[in-house]
Write a protein that binds this ligand. Structure first.
Ligand SMILES: *[C@@H]1O[C@H](CO)[C@@H](O)[C@H](O)[C@H]1NC(C)=O
Ligand SMILES: *[C@@H]1O[C@H](CO)[C@@H](O)[C@H](O)[C@H]1NC(C)=O
Ligand SMILES: *[C@@H]1O[C@H](CO)[C@@H](O)[C@H](O)[C@H]1NC(C)=O
Ligand SMILES: *[C@@H]1O[C@H](CO)[C@@H](O)[C@H](O)[C@H]1NC(C)=O
Ligand SMILES: *[C@@H]1O[C@H](CO)[C@@H](O)[C@H](O)[C@H]1NC(C)=O
Ligand SMILES: *[C@@H]1O[C@H](CO)[C@@H](O)[C@H](O)[C@H]1NC(C)=O
Ligand SMILES: *[C@@H]1O[C@H](CO)[C@@H](O)[C@H](O)[C@H]1NC(C)=O
Ligand SMILES: *[C@@H]1O[C@H](CO)[C@@H](O)[C@H](O)[C@H]1NC(C)=O
Ligand SMILES: *[C@@H]1O[C@H](CO)[C@@H](O)[C@H](O)[C@H]1NC(C)=O
Length: 533
């Protein structure tokens, strides 16, 4: 079927008109279309350009015109929104159907382009315009540098801000490296565009910073520019110092306090100053985190409150105030005791507490049969819980039998030792006591006589030690005993006098919660050794 050109134009006119004036336009269009000749209707041109180009390259912009009617048209190239500047013009001869616009690409070329087809010197006929196309221009990045105003060395807590600038390049993305490792954004490191911001820097922010600027062409070609490194040092503020002192005895009965000021952290050097109240006694700038001062002292006198001040440039920190008073050890030295009992009232453990009436720097020593007990052994454990009290933990058994005493001296002068009275410990004597109690309760008179006579016999044999046993005896008797507990025990009275080894073990577990951790550990070792005995 043949369709005349005129019919085709009519059809086009109808298609282009909007729905609102559909009917009227059909008629009007008929008149208009029939009046015009085929040359005055223009086809729509098509623009062909790459989406991405490198700057300074020559690129051909191609405007295609279907030219179905062999018209001679004028093709123009524009940037969208800028009709004043014609980027290129091309007069298309009747036989041709595309125009080429070669361009040397500049950065300013980036943007949307369109191509227009019109009849030269004829404004009556509407021009047609192509669809728009975006052109992205890439300029390879070079010359990255870090711009950082402010000191390269500063104290923690301050903000640090740096910028990465490039001499040329666009569509650049930035990466920051600290000591060769990429910094990922966090509340601590904030990265936006070419900016790196570190809020309240700590010493971890110290190191060598490098920025890497990158841009990519055609998703394949990557351009990289590294900056030279910038060295940043974030200095740690000095922490609150600790103050302590030791006493030193010198010749001619002269004494000194060796005062130590110590900070946990802080950039060096640190200046430590020692104050007596508000009076500066001494100061020193240390290349370590501690300093010592020597101050002559007189014993048993209040020598004021000492305080350490520490400063490493930005702020001063203060220790607590330490009263400087050294009291010599003075008697009497006393020993208290506490027992640990099994269910059958057998004494299985004992704690001796040693104390001196006065003395700020005491040193304790325990003796069994005049042999020094050091730290811990198979049946004992020495520990100084308070600075002014020493505890001796004992497992009551064959090996712990003997004469115990404690000696206290000044830690700075061991010629001043004062001894406590001697305490005698004997497992068998301790553990005979419950039998005695049970016997009284049940009025077992014969047994009582037996016991008394055995006590007398015992007393005869161990006459000098009787005095030592007595306090233990009283202690035991004063212990309140529930009647039902007693009745249980009487069921097997033989067990009371001589607890078997396995009972010792049982009890160890039953009363565990009454012992501090240390003692539990101690007891374990004791049990191990008990097996060997
Ligand atoms: C346009 O010109 C070509 C030759 O130049 C010719 O073959 C063709 O028929 C012409 N088309 C029309 C619609 O006149
Ligand atoms: C269009 O007009 C200009 C001057 O106004 C003239 O130089 C040119 O030759 C004309 N072109 C055509 C195709 O008529
Ligand atoms: C872009 O990359 C593709 C392959 O990924 C390649 O075929 C094309 O030629 C490249 N274009 C330019 C302008 O280099
Ligand atoms: C730039 O830094 C990258 C690491 O991000 C490295 O691989 C590359 O070698 C560096 N280039 C130069 C020139 O220093
Ligand atoms: C010890 O003290 C006396 C005065 O009490 C003094 O004369 C003497 O120089 C002091 N000795 C030392 C070594 O400090
Ligand atoms: C240390 O003490 C001296 C005087 O003894 C004083 O001149 C100096 O300023 C002090 N230094 C500091 C850091 O307090
Ligand atoms: C500290 O000052 C008091 C008086 O202000 C003085 O009695 C005392 O001896 C001083 N202590 C030291 C260690 O200098
Ligand atoms: C300590 O001496 C007593 C006798 O006085 C003795 O029975 C005991 O076995 C001795 N203990 C040790 C551990 O030597
Ligand atoms: C006292 O201590 C000194 C050194 O610390 C030591 O040589 C001496 O034997 C000790 N004297 C006594 C009685 O412990």
């Amino acid at each position: 079927m043949h369709i005349s050109p005129i019919r085709t134009e009519v059809f086009r006119c109808v298609k282009d008109s909007n729905m609102f004036a559909f009917t009227s336009l059909v008629i009007l269009g008929m008149c208009c279309c029939t009046k015009a000749n085929s040359e005055i209707f223009l086809d729509r041109p098509q623009l062909h350009i790459p989406s991405e180009v490198l700057v300074k390259q020559v690129v051909d912009f191609l405007c295609e015109y279907p030219n179905q009617h062999n018209q001679s048209v004028l093709l123009k190239l524009f940037k969208v929104g800028n009709r004043k500047d014609v980027m290129g013009e091309y007069t298309l001869p009747a036989e041709e159907n595309f125009g080429i616009f070669p361009k040397l690409i500049r950065l300013s070329h980036e943007g949307y382009f369109e191509c227009e087809a019109s009849i030269q010197n004829n404004t009556e006929i509407n021009a047609t315009v192509s669809l728009i196309h975006y052109l992205r221009v890439i300029e390879p990045v070079t010359g990255a540098t870090i711009v950082h105003s402010g000191p390269k060395e500063f104290f923690e807590g301050k903000d640090l801000e740096m910028q990465c600038n490039v001499t040329v390049g666009n569509h650049v993305s930035y990466k920051w490296l600290l000591n060769g490792r990429v910094i990922s954004p966090s509340p601590f490191y904030q990265i936006s565009e070419n900016n790196l911001m570190i809020y309240r820097a700590t010493s971890e922010a110290s190191g060598s910073y490098v920025c890497v600027a990158t841009n990519i062409f055609n998703e394949t070609k990557v351009f990289i520019s590294n900056s030279s490194d910038v060295l940043i040092t974030v200095k740690a503020l000095v922490s609150k110092p600790d103050i302590s002192f030791a006493v030193l005895k010198e010749d001619y009965q002269n004494y000194s306090a060796i005062i130590t000021c110590q900070s946990e952290r802080g950039a060096l050097p640190i200046t430590f100053s020692l104050y007596n109240g508000t009076e500066l006694l001494s100061n020193v700038t240390a290349k370590e985190k501690h300093a010592t001062f020597k101050v002559p002292i007189i014993l048993d006198q209040d020598l004021g409150l000492l305080q350490c001040h520490a400063n490493n440039g930005d702020r001063t920190t203060y220790s607590h105030s330490l009263p400087l008073k050294v009291v010599q050890v003075g008697g009497p030295v006393t020993i208290d005791s506490k027992y640990d009992m099994a269910e059958n009232y057998a004494v299985i453990g004992l704690k001796f507490y040693c104390k001196a009436a006065k003395g700020s720097h005491p040193r304790f020593q325990w003796f069994l049969n005049e042999t020094l007990l050091k730290d811990r052994g198979s049946f004992y454990y020495v520990f100084d819980r308070l600075p002014t009290e020493s505890i001796l933990l004992l497992s009551v058994g064959r090996s712990s039998t003997g004469m115990y005493r404690c000696e206290v001296s000044d830690s700075f002068d061991n010629t001043t030792a004062i001894s406590s009275r001697t305490h005698y410990l004997n497992k068998n004597v301790l553990n005979r006591l419950p039998v005695f109690v049970v016997a009284v309760v049940f009025g077992c008179f014969t047994f009582l006589i037996l016991l008394v006579s055995s006590c007398c016999l015992f007393g005869l044999i161990f006459r000098p030690k009787q005095f030592e046993e007595k306090p233990l005896l009283i202690l035991e008797m004063n212990k309140p005993i529930a009647p039902e507990e007693l009745s249980i025990n009487t069921e097997d009275p033989d067990e009371l006098t001589a607890p078997r080894e396995d009972e010792f073990y049982q009890e160890s577990e039953a009363s565990v919660d009454e012992w501090p951790e240390l003692e539990q550990e101690f007891r374990k070792t004791l049990e191990d050794e008990e097996v060997e005995v």
